[in-house]
Design a protein around this ligand. Structure first.
Ligand code: MN3
Length: 194
C-alpha cells in the first residue's frame, strides 16, 4: 500500500501573507510530493511495501530510504505545526512544562528563535518531550526526533525552500513570522498530552 501525501490542513493561501501560496505550491506541491513519490519508488516491491511511514523512519539505515521517509513525516508534522490563526501562547500543562524548562514562555520563544536561526544549513528545529519536561533539539537534513526515540511536539523547517520565496535570506524574519503568527499551540499541546 503506497504512502500517500496527506492533504494540507488548510487552504494553499491560508498562511499568507506570512507564507505565500507560491511557497506552499512549491514546498507542499513539489518538495513534499516528491519525497512521497521517491519513497514509494524505493519501497515498491520490497518487504517495506506495506510498512507504516513511522516504521520505515524508525528502522531505515542512513541513506535515500531514510531521507525520503523522514522528509515525508517531517513535512506532514510541520504543516500541522502552523495555523492561519496561530501565534499567541501555550496554556495549561504545556505552558507549565515550558516555564519549568525555560523559565518563561518568552524565554522559550527567544531560545527557539536563536536555535532555528543558528541551525546551520538545511535542517529542522524541534521542541521535544524530555522526561516530564521539554527540550529544543536541532537536526540536520532529513534527521528527525522520531528516529531517536524522542516525541516531537513542534517543528520549524529551516531548509531554504521553506522561506526563500517569501523572505529570501532573512531566516530570522521567517522564524519570527512562524512564532508570532503561525504557530499552532493547540497541535503542540495535543502532542504533549498524547
Ligand atoms: Mn521542507
Amino acid at each position: 500500500m503506497a504512502i500517500e501525501l496527506p492533504p494540507l490542513p488548510y487552504a494553499d493561501d491560508a498562511l499568507a501573507p506570512h507564507i505565500s501560496e507560491q511557497t506552499i505550491s512549491f514546498h507542499y506541491g513539489k518538495h513534499h510530493a516528491a519525497y512521497v513519490n521517491n519513497l514509494n519508488g524505493l519501497i515498491d516491491g520490497t518487504d517495506l511495501a506495506d510498512a507504516s511511514l513511522e516504521e520505515i523512519v524508525r528502522t531505515a539505515a542512513p541513506g535515500a530510504l531514510f531521507n525520503n521517509a523522514a522528509q515525508v513525516w517531517n513535512h506532514t508534522f510541520y504543516w500541522n505545526c502552523m495555523s492561519p490563526n496561530g501565534g499567541g501562547n501555550p496554556t495549561g500543562d504545556l505552558a507549565a512544562a515550558i516555564e519549568s524548562s525555560f523559565g518563561s514562555v518568552h524565554a522559550f520563544k527567544a531560545q527557539f528563535k536563536a536555535d532555528a536561526v543558528g541551525n546551520f544549513g538545511s535542517g529542522w528545529t524541534w521542541l521535544v518531550r524530555e522526561g516530564d519536561g521539554v527540550a529544543i533539539v536541532k537536526t540536520d537534513d532529513a534527521d528527525t526526533p522520531l528516529a531517536h526515540g524522542q516525541t516531537a511536539l513542534l517543528t520549524i523547517d529551516v531548509w531554504e525552500h521553506a522561506y526563500y520565496l517569501d523572505f529570501q535570506n532573512a531566516r530570522p524574519a521567517y522564524v519570527d513570522a512562524f512564532i508570532e503568527h503561525l504557530l499552532n499551540w493547540g497541535f503542540v499541546a495535543a502532542n504533549f498530552t498524547a
